[in-house]
Design a protein around this ligand. Structure first.
Ligand code: NAD
Ligand code: TYD
Length: 332
């Protein structure tokens, strides 16, 4: 794996993965990123210029993608429209990037004989009851309940079909909710932390009992690297770090860190179709490939995340007011 094309490499997780590859391998990297509102090119700035180059462009552009893929041994696809709430009212860009863009990538990778790792999500499996024992595994049925999840599910089907019928050398991973630096303020943890930094209340959708299975972004990066290094072509791997918490509990931890009372919260309009619970069983990745997550002390990671957003206000501040205005327009 010498030349790696990282699509969506200026986003929250893609940029972390680029840093991981620089720190742990000798690979030279090319980032292909459309630089949408969600991109954080600042996250790539500290990486050594001799090891990484950035191309601004669209994964749905067949000419550009065909040229770039042909020059690389491996493609890792992080590029996506990723915000559930946006997809509920305006899914066009989700179809264009998540579905059509993945089609363009699988075609190009197949023609070039290039290895592809496709980054999917746990959300393709739908949701679980709060008391359900069986967590999501690689064999869970697809039951996407949101427009975002439906486009991610469709992309996975394209990858698998190209593996089986067109000889594409690909793997797929399904990760749970990530936390870490450089995540856009529209997402749950950055929104609540920056609200608290602004002296505002956190905003919980519905009754706040919804559960997500949290993993630090660096553990996601190490898992994707493990799959590239040791994963079997054609296989799917679930990535999770046993980090289930309700939204309400997490907000409680954040409030305590700001010396605010536990009920200092606004309960706002729920997300239509809001998935109740995600929970992942990553036994296959742990036992077959020996992956072990490292950053699983959630209290410590949340504290570090608060410090990070406090220290990087100049990065997130320009997006905050418009993000909150969009939420306010939806009663959230
Ligand atoms: P993000 O929204 O922070 O970043 C996405 C990046 O993709 C941005 O830099 C954006 O500019 C780029 N992009 C968007 N459309 C593009 C296009 N047409 N061509 C090229 N680049 C384009 O998302 P993220 O949170 O970093 O997620 C990365 C991947 O991981 C996504 O595929 C997402 O579905 C998946 N995932 C995310 C999470 C999570 O908790 N954030 C969990 C599981 C899976
Ligand atoms: P989000 O970060 O959008 O990720 P996902 O939809 O992929 O899980 O939301 C995480 C959880 O937090 C989800 O249950 C929705 C909820 N949520 C709130 O309660 N309040 C908020 O302000 C936001 C943005 C999300």
């Amino acid at each position: 794996m010498e030349r790696v094309l990282v699509t969506g490499g200026a986003g929250f997780i893609g940029a972390n993965f680029c840093r991981f590859l620089i720190d742990h391998t000798d690979a030279s990297l090319t980032v292909l990123d459309k630089m949408t509102y969600a991109a954080a090119p600042e996250a790539l700035a500290p990486l050594p210029a001799g090891r990484i180059s950035v191309v601004v462009g669209d994964i749905a552009d067949p000419d550009l993608v065909g040229r770039l893929v042909g020059d690389h041994d491996t493609v890792v696809n992080f590029a996506a429209e990723s915000h559930n709430d946006t997809a509920l009212s305006d899914a066009g860009s989700f179809v264009a990037t998540n579905l059509v863009g993945t089609y363009v990538l699988v075609e190009a990778a197949t023609r070039a004989g290039c290895r592809l790792h496709h980054v999917s999500t746990d959300e393709v499996y739908g949701d679980l009851a709060l008391d359900e024992q069986q967590r999501f595994t690689e064999s869970s049925p697809y039951r996407p309940s949101s427009p975002y999840a439906a486009t991610k599910a469709g992309a996975d089907h394209l990858v698998r079909a190209w593996v089986r019928s067109r000889g594409l050398r690909a793997t797929i991973s399904h990760c749970s909710n990530n936390l870490g630096p450089w995540q856009h303020v529209e997402k749950f943890l950055p929104r609540q932390i920056t609200n608290l930094l602004d002296g505002r209340r956190p905003r919980l959708y519905g009754d706040g009992r919804h559960v997500r299975d949290w993993i630090h972004v660096e553990d996601h990066s190490s898992a994707v690297w493990t799959i590239l290094d040791r994963g079997r072509i054609g296989e799917t791997y679930v990535i999770g770090a046993d980090g289930e918490h309700s939204n309400r509990d997490l907000v409680g931890v954040l409030l305590a860190a700001f010396d605010r009372p536990p009920d200092d919260v606004d309960f706002v309009a729920d997300r239509p179709g809001h998935d109740l619970r995600y929970a992942l069983d990553a036994t296959k990745l742990r036992t077959e490939l020996g992956w072990i997550p490292q950053r699983t002390d959630l209290a410590r990671e949340l504290s570090a995340l608060i410090d990070w957003y406090r220290d990087h206000e100049s990065w997130w501040r320009p997006a905050k007011a418009a993000t909150e205005a969009a939420y306010a327009a939806r009663g959230q």
